[in-house]
Design a protein around this ligand. Structure first.
Ligand SMILES: Nc1ncnc2c1ncn2[C@@H]1O[C@H](COP(=O)(O)OP(=O)(O)OP(=O)(O)O)[C@@H](O)[C@H]1O
Ligand SMILES: [Mg+2]
Length: 330
């Protein structure tokens, strides 16, 4: 059964602030624009795409950190889209988040013990000495030492701080963790260690993960399934193996061809032509058509839906949103 399921999920932000927002009063940033995403229990789902395509916004929507503009989110079969405050509280511990920069998420004024204890007590997992004991145990689980409860975050390296963030997320006994670029700020040698820790803990604690990253190498090593986002939409979804063996969508192919992904507005260095269009005024029809080498007239008028495709080499299905994809041609 799926653990997380969204239907037609949308998040529009006001475009700009102050004077600018008055100029563009009716303009909205289409950060997430009609996403149907299913994450199965026990899966590690990767979410990839260029900077600004809406990955973090989607992660924040799933955890109800942002309120959606439209659409629904189901967690473990329950519609959590409209739950608020106390109704949402039981789900808060089930769903945890890990960010790119641990410095921003670990309070520098608190000892590591207090940081973990606060999470453990807030979610009613344990209190007092029992909470401290749990904090010590979880530090051991992530490869640190129990006595580290008395130290402050700044006394640790970036990789160790990410271990503390993992310990905090784990300590409230979650089912689902969104990891938003969890290793991007770390040295490559440290990245591998943190990734293998995440994989080990995922198996040990039966976790379901959404792994947001720019790094296709990371995806290949840790994810079972991958969703590719472009300008607020998911354009392709497949098992990691199928996606890497044979990417169907022209954008996915371009992603694989490009060595480094460009920042928004910058010219790409690799296989992606032209600039990323603005999410305030996305292109008509297929959003990728302005950069697609194969676009035809239909791409300008009709936005292709994410359609389930059969594969002749495996029993698994995969989804691609492209008019050009024709199974008979392949
Ligand atoms: N709080 C906000 N207010 C207004 N616009 C926002 C807000 N958060 C995100 N956006 C805009 O929404 C779009 C998607 O942003 P998001 O951060 O989700 O992208 P991303 O794929 O995570 O990018 P990156 O890879 O750089 O982290 C961008 O155009 C961004 O500027
Ligand atoms: Mg992001």
């Amino acid at each position: 059964m799926s653990l997380v399921e969204t239907h037609a999920l949308r998040k529009y932000f006001p475009a700009g602030t102050g004077f600018v927002s008055r100029l563009f009063a009716d303009k909205k940033v289409h950060a997430v624009d009609g996403v149907d995403l299913t994450i199965d229990r026990g899966q590690t789902m990767g979410l990839v795409g260029e900077s600004g395509c809406g990955k973090s916004t989607l992660g924040n929507l799933l955890l109800r950190i942002h309120d959606p503009t439209e659409g629904t989110i189901r967690f473990n079969g329950t519609d959590i889209t409209a739950l608020s405050g106390s109704e949402l509280r039981p789900y808060r511990s089930e769903m945890q988040m890990m960010f790119q920069n641990p410095q921003n998420s670990l309070n520098p004024k608190h000892t590591v013990g207090k940081i973990l204890r606060k999470a453990i007590e807030f979610h009613d997992v344990a209190h007092g000495d029992k909470a401290t004991e749990l904090a010590r145990q979880y530090l051991t689980e992530v490869g640190l030492r129990p006595e580290h409860v008395d130290r402050y975050p700044h006394e640790f390296s970036g990789g160790q701080q990410q271990r503390i963030a993992i310990a905090r997320a784990l300590s409230v006994d979650p089912e689902f963790i969104v990891l938003d670029e969890p290793v991007s700020a770390l040295d490559v040698s440290v990245q591998a260690k943190i990734l293998s820790l995440i994989e080990d803990l995922k198996n040990e604690y039966d976790l379901t993960l959404l792994f947001i990253t720019h790094d296709l190498n990371v995806v290949r090593h840790v994810c079972d399934e991958v969703s590719v986002m472009y300008l607020g939409e998911i354009v392709e979804n497949a098992s990691t193996e199928d996606l890497f063996n044979d990417p169907y969508h022209p954008y996915t192919r371009a992603l694989f061809d490009s060595i480094t992904l460009p920042e928004p507005g910058e010219l790409s260095s690799g296989g992606i032509q032209g600039e990323t269009p603005s999410p305030i005024d996305p292109p008509s029809g297929c959003r990728f058509r302005t950069r697609c080498p194969d676009a035809v007239a239909e791409c300008e008028t009709v936005n292709p839906e994410l359609v389930e495709r059969e594969r002749d080499t495996s029993a698994e299905t995969r989804d691609t949103a492209c008019h050009l994809y024709d199974p008979l041609d392949r």
